[in-house]
Design a protein around this ligand. Structure first.
Ligand code: UDP
Length: 472
């Protein structure tokens, strides 16, 4: 705890690779650009934590990790929502978290306490030790606008948001359909809704909100949130923070990357629904036939289908049975000249940065979106859960970098629709427009992260505030 030891930033992510990945990038930028050390304190959701452990333990020395003891979910019903489990992972760990934080405060020069969007319940721990809590938002400004406006929407409307006759219009944002409001807010009587509403009310108590987005991507919502007089906490766009392709993730994927090497430039549609996205059996069949019908080259990350939730593998991150056995009969044989299907997980950043990749059919997880932007790959938006439907609206209606699939009256995206968009994205004129627009965003992202770019400057602002704490 000497004056020479680095100032320490404590970060508490809630479960999910989508939360952890950008926070690790954030930590690395704090270390490299501002010479902080970072301690992650990780609540343990009772899963194997295999992927988070691997990622965290591979970080350079100034980044260290404390894993909290596992909490039990034995009393939660089988069908408890993912959000409930995420929230409870944190709330049930608060006493462990407090003890670890206390000893860190005693042994290192802690200057900041950062939680993610589900971490508001930990604010008091920071305050107890004289620190102000910060939030790192692993999504964008449009979601942040919703967070600040939700208490108002809750007062104005009494019906479920999906039944609203008019689109929802948030300050500075493109209007979106009430059906596209994030899942946890779709059931107003649910525990998760009430809890989220309370968290939205508490959100302004944050000393600042660090957002993994950049101004040129979300100018409207950013400007509305920073308008003087709204009394909101300061926001710091520091993104797009994404993984780079220098990590050692290629291990085990040599064949997949070799296959990509052999395809023509810009010809492959990459199909992946993130770490947790799963389809029903029927939908998986439809997707397979749609891809086949399109005649396009594709690289598809397949997970075992489920009938229950679209985010069913979120906590396990991997499916365990052979997902190929669910593909239509003869599909692999018929498409072997143009398609590669791989189970469970792809080295996504490598795939997106590969010249052969010409499009990305995505579930619109925020990290996937940012990775696509950084590599200039246009999208087919197929949102499944969480805030992904709002993200899809942003991509299609505001940024103009995506097609969006239609869900038909049977709740399915039909094969013709899939084939049409796949073909149009890879070889059509409209696809070309989306690609051009995506490349513009890619350049804007690069500028934002350059030494004097807007995101670098915003990071320096927060870092400056934290460094001052170290002097006092
Ligand atoms: N990812 C990957 N390979 C896969 C699926 C996902 O590398 O097969 C990575 C992806 O690059 C991204 C993260 O996992 O960094 C997924 O985050 P996102 O926010 O897109 O979605 P989530 O998984 O949180 O729904």
């Amino acid at each position: 705890n000497t004056q020479e030891s680095p100032l320490n930033v404590v970060i508490v992510p809630t479960p999910g690779m989508g939360h952890l990945i950008p926070l690790i990038e954030f930590a690395n930028r704090l270390v490299n650009l501002h010479k902080f050390s970072v301690t992650f304190i990780i609540p343990n959701d009772g899963s194997t934590m295999e992927l988070p452990k691997k990622l965290l333990l591979a970080q350079p020395e100034p980044i260290s990790t404390i894993f909290l003891p596992p909490v039990s979910f034995d009393d939660l019903p089988e069908d408890a929502r993912n959000e409930t489990r995420i929230i409870q992972s944190l709330t049930r760990s608060l006493h462990f978290l407090r003890d670890e934080f206390k000893s860190l405060v005693q042994s290192t020069r802690v200057v900041a306490f950062v939680v993610d969007v589900f971490g508001i319940d930990a604010f008091d721990i920071a305050k107890e030790f004289g620190l102000e809590p910060y939030v790192f938002l692993a999504t964008g400004f449009m979601l942040l606008s919703l967070i600040f406006e939700l208490p108002k929407l809750d007062q104005i409307y009494s019906c479920e948001y999906r039944d609203l006759p008019e689109p929802i219009k948030l300050p500075g944002c493109v209007p979106f359909d009430g059906r596209d409001i994030p899942d946890p807010l779709q059931h107003r009587k649910d525990f998760v809704y009430q809890h989220t509403l309370q968290q939205c009310k508490d959100f302004p108590l944050a000393a600042g909100i660090i957002v993994n987005s950049f101004i040129d991507f979300e100018k409207g919502p950013f400007e509305a949130l920073t308008e003087v007089g709204r009394g909101l906490p300061p926001v710091y766009p520091v993104g797009p923070l994404t993984r780079n392709s220098s990590d050692n993730e290629v291990e085990g994927f040599i064949d997949c990357l070799k296959w990509l090497d052999e395809q023509p430039i810009g010809s492959v549609l990459y199909v992946c629904f993130g770490s947790g996205g799963t389809l029903s059996r029927e939908q998986m069949n439809e997707l397979a036939l749609g891809l086949e019908m399109s005649g396009q080259r594709f690289l598809w990350v397949v997970k075992e289908p489920v009938e229950t939730a679209a985010n069913a593998t979120y906590f396990g991150s991997k499916s365990f049975n052979d997902p190929f056995s669910y593909l239509p009969d003869g599909f692999l044989e018929r498409t072997k000249e143009v398609g590669l299907v791989i189970p469970s997980w792809a080295p996504q950043v490598h795939v997106l940065s590969h010249g052969s990749t010409g499009g990305f059919l995505t579930h619109c997880g925020w990290n996937s979106i940012l990775e696509a932007i950084v590599h200039g790959v246009p999208l087919i938006a197929w949102p499944l859960y969480a805030e992904q439907k709002m993200n899809a609206t942003l991509l299609k209606d505001d940024s103009n970098v995506a097609f969006r699939v239609n869900v038909n009256e049977n709740g399915l995206v039909g094969r013709e629709d899939i084939a049409k968009y796949a073909k149009q994205l890879i070889e059509g004129d409209e696809g070309k427009l989306l690609r051009t627009r995506m490349r513009e965003l890619k350049n804007a992202a690069k500028m934002a992260l350059s030494p004097h770019g807007s995101s670098t400057n915003h990071l320096a602002k927060v870092a400056g505030i934290w460094k001052k704490k170290g002097i006092n």
